[in-house]
Design a protein around this ligand. Structure first.
Ligand code: CA
Length: 715
């Protein structure tokens, strides 16, 4: 660490000399030399705990605790926190990134994988890099065109573009040093996660398991992007031979011909953590393709390494151990959720633990040396399992949970009890702060059988049953069941410590600090500071848009700053239009930075979430409308919303003028006329007759929506 500081200082002095600046420069002067950009190396990353003023990697340190030792802002004075600066991100989709701050420079991303470097003191833009992802790539993005941030190392900024490129930028200028395709661009892979760097290697996985891909993580040389190793999470077609013994072992746990249905899934789209002492890289593995195991692997099997935490050697990608949270996954129960490492005294022994609250609703404490399960308990109400058997380490499933014969009301839903929004662990309180979702969903076998459609969503469940009831009274009755909370969880006792209930789900990730604070943005457009020990709300700021990203904190010139990216979006925002709180909308994407004593304000936003219904008369038969509904719920609702109710990140189809114009509708759905605006052509999946059925279904929902709107206006 000392070496780097010396190098940084040398460069700083050189820059100052070139610019003619003396050390006695006017402290109020705008012109100010910055040290060498992103001068982070392995020693600094390993020693990140001792540099609380910087936030040098996604979860601050390799342990990914998202705990900051900074305590200038604390429970006693957080009421004086105010807006120091804001930066407009100029995109209108979900913002999920955690900014990185190194030596006074902030690096963050917005939607469409656009990277910004900002002066961390003022928010002044240093550079922006737009990888110009083709807008119709959104067709393969299950959960919005989001990006969760960058990694920095030795003067470079690394990020994954939505279309699967891994790109290295010069941290000083934002110019491209190298760019590699990490996936076959023809396949429906995407990248939304943040890379991590360990010892000169940059690691990135991908998403796409809803569509049909074979998941993997790979390591790349930071100097040129050369791929050094690749670890697949699910086996390929056995007749083609296995890449290694681990894949041979995994294949023993599969049945059927999963490779013909898109490749098995198991994408590594978010969580990674690293223990330098054990030299283990931990990854979280996602769901299967399709979700329904009866179709994917008929007759069962654990289907390794779906829904597993896997420990790998970062140098070689060699498998070391795994723990599977959901054997035979059949519900989109990913284990890609945030992984936190900590050392914790359990029953008188200090254990090196790994903690995860994956989608399936159980909180796991695992010995990270060997994968032994230490404890597990459900952190939300669940219906699919009764408990985890501590002898076998396996969940005990509830009768009917696999929805083989009849519809099963699943809790948590496919969005999970906890999704990608990072949790945090405060070693001073001993608590984990989890942004919890509490949403039910109905699962059933597809009535008409399963059709695999390459390039679009292939879930293998009945999309109509998984959708919303037609009667508005029934939809309204569901509203209080679709909720969320901030949950403070004691991992030692596996019990709740306190909670803050919210009016809806999909609130932001959390940050906790040594000031006895927890920061969280909310779906109803607030940024809130809570007392970490008891959950009392101490301060809030109106953000004008729903917040999904986690906050971070840093220190410069003796002042502590707290930053949160705001901008509503993500899977819930797209799919659950019926239940989105009006306060979440519109999307106003910004970086907001706070410090004590500041009093900044934001310009007013004037926006009302109203859909203008003007549907034509319905001339299609009930059969055609039903066909359209089934097709819509299979392949359209991921972006346009369940039952054609949009979350308004993208226009609501029920208000479309094209409902009056079948030819114009076909130009869009089949011809790709709105490709540049993010609506891809679906000509490979949908024929003209099906396109007409889709339009008929949306007309039926526009007529329905208009009626509900008029009834509400009369009340
Ligand atoms: Ca998924």
């Amino acid at each position: 660490m000392q070496r780097v500081q010396t190098v940084g200082l040398t460069i700083l002095v050189t820059i100052m000399a070139v610019q003619g600046l003396g050390c006695a420069a006017d402290p109020g002067s705008e012109a100010r030399a910055l040290p060498a950009a992103a001068a982070v190396d392995s020693d600094r990353l390993l020693g990140a705990e001792s540099e609380p003023g910087n936030w040098m990697s996604y979860g601050r340190t390799y342990s990914e605790q998202r705990f900051s030792p900074l305590d200038q802002i604390r429970e006693e004075n957080v009421g004086d926190l105010g807006l120091a600066w804001s930066f407009d991100l100029e995109t209108k989709r979900g913002v999920e990134a955690t900014p990185i701050v190194v030596d006074g420079v902030m690096y963050t991303t917005s939607a469409w994988s656009i990277v910004h470097a900002l002066d961390a003191r003022t928010g002044t833009k240093l550079w922006t890099y737009d990888p110009k992802v083709a807008k119709d790539k959104s067709k393969h993005a299950c959960c919005d065109v989001v990006n969760r941030g960058v990694a920095v190392y030795e003067g470079q900024v690394f990020f994954g573009a939505l279309d699967g490129r891994l790109i290295a930028l010069d941290a000083a200028t934002g110019r491209v040093n190298w760019s590699v395709a990490t996936v076959d661009p023809k396949l429906p892979y995407t990248i939304t996660g943040a890379p991590r760097v360990i010892d000169g290697k940059v690691f990135i996985g991908n998403g796409g398991a809803e569509y049909g891909v074979r998941g993997f993580i790979a390591a790349y040389d930071v100097s040129n992007g050369e791929r050094l190793w690749q670890f697949f999470t699910v086996p390929g077609e056995p007749a083609k031979g296995f890449e290694n013994e681990t894949m041979r072992m995994a294949a023993e746990t599969w049945n059927g011909e999963w490779w013909k249905l898109g490749g098995g899934g198991g994408t590594v789209w978010d969580a990674m953590a690293y223990d330098p002492e054990l030299d283990l890289l931990y990854i979280g593995v996602g769901n299967g393709t399709p979700w329904n195991q009866e179709i994917r692997s008929p007759g069962g099997g654990d289907n390794l390494f779906l829904s597993s935490i896997v420990a790998l050697r970062p140098d070689t990608g060699e498998y070391v151990w795994h723990y599977q949270t959901t054997p035979g996954e059949s519900w989109d129960y990913t284990a890609t959720q945030h992984i936190i490492l900590a050392d914790m005294e359990i029953e008188g022994r200090t254990r090196k633990v790994l903690m995860q609250a994956p989608k399936n609703g159980f909180f796991y404490v695992i010995d990270r040396t060997d994968g032994e399960l230490l404890s597990a308990n459900n952190y939300i109400p669940i219906t699919w399992a009764t408990h985890v058997d501590m002898q076998t380490g396996r969940p005990v499933e509830a009768e009917g949970a696999r929805y083989l014969d009849k519809t099963f009301l699943l809790m948590p839903s496919y969005l999970g009890g906890h999704n990608w929004h990072p949790m945090s662990y405060n070693p001073q309180t001993g608590l984990v702060y989890i942004p919890v979702l509490d949403i039910p969903a109905s699962y059933a076998q597809p009535q008409e059988g399963f059709v695999y459609r390459p390039g679009v969503s292939n879930l293998g469940i009945d999309g109509v049953i998984a959708g919303l009831p037609d009667k508005q009274a029934e939809r309204d009755a569901l509203r209080p069941l679709i909720t969320g909370r901030l949950l403070a969880w004691d991992p030692k006792t596996q019990k709740e410590a306190w909670r803050v209930e919210y009016n809806g789900p999909w609130n932001g990730g959390t940050l906790t600090t040594a000031g006895n604070l927890v920061f969280q943005g909310t779906a109803d457009a607030k940024f809130v500071a809570y007392r970490a020990s008891d959950g009392e709300a101490l301060w809030e700021f109106p953000t004008q848009t729903g917040v999904v990203a986690p906050a971070m904190t840093y220190e410069l010139d003796g002042e502590q700053y707290v930053t949160v990216n705001v901008g509503w979006g993500g899977a819930f925002a797209l799919v659950f239009g019926e239940y989105i709180q009006p306060e979440s909308m519109p999307n106003v994407s910004r970086v907001l930075t706070f410090k004590l004593g500041s009093k900044g304000t934001l310009p007013e936003v004037d926006w009302k979430p109203v859909v203008a219904f003007n549907p034509p008369e319905q001339i299609a038969s009930d059969e055609v409308v039903d066909e359209g509904q089934s097709l819509y719920q299979d392949i359209c609702n991921g972006c346009h919303g369940l039952n054609a109710v949009s979350g308004l990140l993208i226009p609501d189809l029920r208000g479309s003028a094209l409902l009056h114009d079948q030819n114009g509708w076909n130009d869009v759905v089949l011809g790709g006329a709105l490709r540049e605006r993010g609506m891809a052509s679906f000509a490979e999946q949908v024929d003209e007759k099906q396109s007409a059925a889709l339009r008929a279904y949306v007309i039926s929902q526009a007529i329905r929506g208009k009626r509900v709107q008029e009834e509400r206006a009369q009340q």
